[in-house]
Write a protein that binds this ligand. Sequence first.
Ligand code: NAI
Length: 301
Amino acid sequence: MSIRFDGRVALVTGAGGGLGRTHALELARRGAKVVVNDLGGAVDGSGASSEAAQKVVDEIRALGGEALANGASVTDEGAVARLVKETHETFGRIDILVNNAGILRDKSFAKMEMSDFQRVLDIHLMGAAKVTRACWPLMREQRYGRIVMTTSPTGLFGNFGQSSYGAAKAGLVGLMHTLKLEGQKDNIHVNTIMPIAATRMTEGLFPPEMIQRFKPEQVTAGLMCLLDEQAPTGLILAAGGGFFATSQVVESGGITLPSEQVTPEAIRDRWAELSDTAGATPFFAVENELKKIIGALGKVS
Ligand code: NAI
C-alpha cells in the first residue's frame, strides 16, 4: 500500500529551497495540502524574501496540488501564531509539521561571537519549539499529529566549527524525546530526521561525486515514513544518498559498586567494564533507565 496524505494538511518550515522544498513537493504529490513557510534569507540567516516560498507553491499548483505560501520567521512568535491561524482557517486542520528551517554560522568556538551562537539556537531550536507549540493544541484537539524535527550528525556526534549548530541540533532531539511522551495519549507522534543532502547549505563542503549521490529527494523518501499514519514515535532516522538507519542514544550495561566501595579510584579501575557497550540498551523514557538502575542496585548488597 502506498503512503498517502489525502485529506491531511502539512506545514513545512524553511520549505523555499533545499530539503524543505522536496519535502513539501512530495507531501503534495501524495495528496496533502501544504503550507510552504520560508523566510527566504541567505544560509547565514541574513535577508528575507517571500519569493522562495511562493515559487514552491507555484510548483505544487502546477502539479495540481493545493498550497499556501508564508514568509514568517519561525523565531517570530506573533507571525507563527498568525501562520497557524491562517493555515487552520484555510484548510481546517494541521496534521503534519516538519520543522526544517535552519541556518549556519560556523566558526571555531574560540572565535565564536555569542550573538551568532544565540541566533543559531533561536532559529533551529526555539523556532521549532515555537511552531510546534502553536500547532500542539490543534493536534491535541484533533487527536492526531505527526511532527518531525530535523537534527544533524553534528548534533549527535560533533563536527569541528559547528558548536552552535551542534548544540541546537542536539536540543531538538531532547525536545522530541519529551514531546513523544506528552503527545502519546493524543496520537501525536514525534520523530527526528537526520539528513545528509547536497543543498546550498552543504555547497562547498561536498566533493562533486557526493553532490550527485546525496539528493534531497532521497531524504524526503525517508521522511514520508515518519509522517505516515503508521509512523513510529521517538525515532531518529539517518537518511542520505539512499542509506537509512536509526540512530539511538544507548547506555552501557554498567557496573554497580556496593555503597562502601564507591570511590573515584574504584570507578576509574573498572572504567573499561562500566563503559563496555556490549550490553547497551536504548531507553524510551527516564523511567526505563531508573528501573534498570534500581534493578541493578537490588542485586548488590
Ligand atoms: P537550506 O539552506 O536550503 O534550507 C534551509 C531553509 O530554511 C532555507 O530555505 C531558509 O530560507 C529557511 N530559513 C532560515 N531561517 C528561517 C527562519 N527564521 N524562518 C523560516 N525559514 C527560515 O538548507 P537545507 O540543507 O535544505 O537544510 C534544511 C534543514 O536540514 C536544516 O535544518 C539543516 O540544518 C538540516 N540539515 C541539512 C543537512 C544537509 O546535509 N543538507 C545535514 C543535516 C541537517
